[in-house]
Design a protein around this ligand. Structure first.
Ligand SMILES: Cc1ncc(COP(=O)(O)O)c(C=O)c1O
Length: 408
């Protein structure tokens, strides 16, 4: 069903913002973080204004309300991702979720000589924790290359790399190329060779239904702030089998059962990994975001975004000097279009786009190994989401064409 974009836009107060230079904001930096609908802002404000209190501690009314709201949000979010509340660990985002797998699972279950398979297109969040673990434990880290003509993973190389691997860590969708990886095939091949699987769904979850039970992955890392939720929260979805094998990651209050001067015992399940005061307002905000998103079919969001990205890519290809890194026309592309101009520096181009009111990202996108594979230090990236319109894309292309003609 076609989305009613005008009514969706009305939910996002920021989208009507006029920038200091008098230009209307056109927000094309959604892969970095999405905007937040009014209901998310309201729910978080309501918590702070009416029942702000710590959760899982006191017995007074406010504490009860805060605890109930925190746990209701967990139920909403778990259901949205096709799993049970007990299989969801709140984290600060996808980065902490991956670190939790590295330090809370791999550290306890992998040994020297074991192999972890990554890809060249991983975000640093899914590279650095494994490099650090590798130094600590003597684990081998392998990188599956990408085909720089098609911008897709080399699946033959993947199958070779995974044969003796213990863990495969792959991004669902590249934050640079916008390409969705063949995750079903990746999971099936990994399982064939007995490797466990971690999916980084930071970029996939805003564009497609992520069903943890159906995917049968061992771990999935999710970021709330890229899917209408607040910053400062995300989660690790973890299978019951892997959860049982995990050990403490961060220690302190909340995650303990009993502390004496001799030592401590720990909570079980997700509670072992939620240390200190919980992210109460953020969880409540994310719960509201998930409720808001649930009124749409994720496929409609994907189709809407894909249409804008494919059109933008096609038009960019007509502008002399512009090269796209990725294939926005690919049906598996999610809405991030990375590009460079052959003579205008990416920082300068971003500045010139900003002058027109267009917010795009510039830099290495926390994916330097991918930049190395592509042979560039950085790219500009326009990334679209549910509230972007064809008209915005048209004015963007017109501005970009103009800038390229004037400054090339
Ligand atoms: C693919 C990918 N993984 C991980 C992250 C890190 O997510 P978070 O900001 O939630 O830590 C990002 C953020 O840009 C990302 O794009």
């Amino acid at each position: 069903m076609a989305l009613d974009i005008n009514s969706i836009r009305a939910d996002f107060p920021i989208l009507s913002r006029i920038l200091p230079n008098g230009k209307q904001l056109v927000y094309f930096d959604n892969a970095a973080t999405s905007q937040k609908p009014q209901c998310v802002i309201d729910e978080m404000t309501r918590y702070y204004e009416t029942y702000n209190s710590n959760a899982h501690r006191a017995n007074h009314t406010l504490a009860d309300e805060a605890t109930t709201a925190l746990e209701n949000a967990r139920k909403e979010i778990a259901q949205f991702f096709g799993t049970k509340p007990g299989n969801l660990v709140y984290t600060s985002g996808a980065t902490e979720a991956i670190n939790l797998v590295s330090y809370g699972w791999a550290k306890y279950n992998l040994k020297e000589g074991d192999v972890i398979v990554l890809t060249e297109m991983e975000h640093h969040a899914d590279i650095v924790p494994w490099q650090e673990l590798s130094k600590e434990k003597g684990i081998e880290v392998r990188y599956v290359p990408i085909n720089t003509e098609t911008y897709t993973l080399d699946m033959d190389a993947f199958e070779v790399a995974v044969k003796d691997a213990s863990l495969v860590c792959v991004t669902h969708t590249s934050n640079v190329l916008g390409i969705r990886n063949p995750i079903e095939q990746i999971i099936q091949i990994s399982k064939k060779y007995g490797a466990y699987i971690l999916l980084d769904c930071a970029q996939g979850a805003p564009h497609e239904k992520i069903d943890f039970s159906a995917l049968k992955a061992d771990f999935i890392a999710i970021s709330a702030h890229k899917m209408a939720g607040p910053t400062g929260i995300g989660c690790l979805l973890v299978s019951s089998e892997r959860l049982e094998e995990m050990g403490p990651f961060m220690t302190g209050g909340s995650m303990i059962r009993k502390v004496t001067t001799e030592g401590s015992t720990f909570q079980e399940g997700h509670a072992m990994f939620e240390t200190g005061t919980p992210r109460i307002a953020e969880a409540i905000g994310w719960g509201a975001a998930v409720k808001w998103l649930s009124q749409f079919e994720m496929k409609d969001i994907h189709d809407h975004v894909h249409e804008i990205a494919a059109w933008t890519g096609k038009e960019m290809n007509k502008i002399p000097g512009i090269k796209i890194y990725g294939d926005p026309s690919n049906k598996n592309s999610s809405g991030a279009v990375s590009f460079l101009h052959e003579t205008i520096q990416s920082q300068d181009l971003a500045f010139l786009l900003d002058e027109g009111g267009f917010a795009v990202r510039t830099g290495h996108h926390c994916a330097q190994p991918l930049m190395d594979a592509l042979g560039v230090p950085s790219t500009n990236r326009a990334s679209f989401w549910i509230y972007n319109t064809q008209e915005e894309a048209e004015s963007f292309i017109s501005h970009l064409r103009n800038v390229c003609e004037r400054f090339a």
